[in-house]
Ligand binder design. Sequence first.
Ligand code: HEC
Length: 111
Amino acid sequence: MQKFMLLCLSAFYLYGASSGETLFNGNCVSCHTTGDATAAPTSIEVQKNYKKVYASKEKFVEFMATWVGKPDAKTALMPEAIAKYGLMPELGYDASALKDIASYLYDAPLK
Ligand code: HEC
């Protein structure tokens, strides 16, 4: 049973690593839900606020990946969220994973 679990986990890791959606669901959705906001703004709120400031995908992805790599209250686009929930913790993801996630957040049909 343990071996089976391990196999599932590594399959998830290997196949999921290239997908921003899978990475988002594994690493961000615990705080950024699509339903009610409890610990952080919803992914929908984040997408909306970022698109308002960075309409082009290139700028959106670049800024988001950099910010999430090192959250900083001074450059945050959603200071009201910091006042409400506190600054997001630094999670230590590598830049390319963060770009994949940001790219998913730009393209995802969130409403
Ligand atoms: C432990 C909870 C937690 C996790 C996990 C988390 N976040 Fe956050 N995040 C927050 C909180 C709280 C805020 C609101 C306060 C802030 O902006 O710092 C936030 C804000 C943000 C913002 C808006 C920042 C701004 O400009 O104001 C983005 C973008 C973001 N998160 C992306 C991500 C991504 C991508 C991941 C996954 C790699 C992630 N978050 C994982 C808690 C979390």
